[in-house]
Design a binder for this molecule. Structure first.
Ligand SMILES: [Mn+2]
Length: 267
């Protein structure tokens, strides 16, 4: 758990899955980062920035481009925080330092907003998928991570490809058999919100963009960030008094556009 009082507004993004999709997504990401400078603000990357990550010591042109852009933004005064996703949980101190960002353990509680707002990547809430939860538990242990990171680079590259393939297969099986498997469970949401006395929770991971109200009693909210793909993405903005969720996209002429704030879904 991490308690945070970031400079507001706090911009929040998740599930860019860079390296796994269209080049336009990376272009949109850099335009978005440029739009944040130089301002008194902060940025929280809520996991799955990359499609796959198998160790900070494995160099790629994508990783150095992303580190360079993030670092440039941090130099202009934007604080950058990062929470691991289920694809990039092996991001370590070395990459974080090169990107000028701070790694945080979830849940993140932002206490200088009203009400206090909780943030998680979201995979911890998908408890109907027991197979995934077993892997999550194992792969988040220090011992497992040390073992994997000590493998030679070629073996880790291969493992990364395999994990990507497995994850896609598993996702497709879930969609066929039980679509709710890929979503959060109300039990897990309620447990987390009650444990930390939260009335507002934000997460990504499920790629099911939306604002849900009365999720754990009256006047409780669950905000879900959308994923980024092709030329479009999703951004949440937290100020002292409010929260808004927007779609963003990039035109072929490389200009970025913002959507109006999304409205809450009726329940
Ligand atoms: Mn995820």
């Amino acid at each position: 758990m991490s308690t945070l009082k970031p400079h507001l507004p706090l911009y929040v993004i998740a599930d860019l899955h860079l390296g796994g999709g269209a080049p336009a997504t990376e272009t949109l990401f850099y335009l978005f980062l440029e739009s944040l400078e130089p301002e008194d603000n902060s940025l929280l990357i809520l996991g799955d920035l990359f499609e796959v990550w198998t160790g900070d010591d494995i160099q790629s042109s994508l990783a150095s481009r992303v580190a360079g852009r993030l670092n440039r933004l941090s130099q202009t005064g934007t604080e950058i925080f990062f929470v691991h996703g289920n694809r990039d949980f092996l991001i370590g101190d070395q990459f974080a330092k090169s990107a000028g960002m701070t790694l945080l353990d979830e849940p993140i509680l932002v206490t200088n907003a009203s009400p206090t707002t909780g943030f998680v990547h979201g995979d911890c809430l998908c408890t109907a998928d027991e197979k995934f939860q077993r892997f999550r538990k194992k792969s988040r242990s220090r011992a497992w991570q040390r073992r994997v990171l000590s493998l030679p680079r070629f073996a880790r590259r291969w493992l990364g490809q395999f994990a990507r393939w497995r994850s896609q297969q598993h996702g497709q099986e879930n969609i066929k058999q039980a679509p709710q498997m890929g979503d959060v469970t109300s039990e897990a949401v309620n447990r987390l919100m009650t444990e930390h006395s939260l009335t507002r929770l934000v997460h990504g991971h499920t790629h099911r963009l939306g604002i849900h109200v009365n999720v754990n009693g009256p006047e409780t909210e669950r905000w879900v960030l959308g994923d980024w793909h092709d030329h479009a993405g999703s951004v949440l903005i937290l100020t002292e008094s409010g929260l808004t969720l927007h779609g963003i996209s990039v035109t072929p002429e490389k200009t970025m556009t913002w959507s109006e704030p999304l409205q809450a879904l009726a329940h």
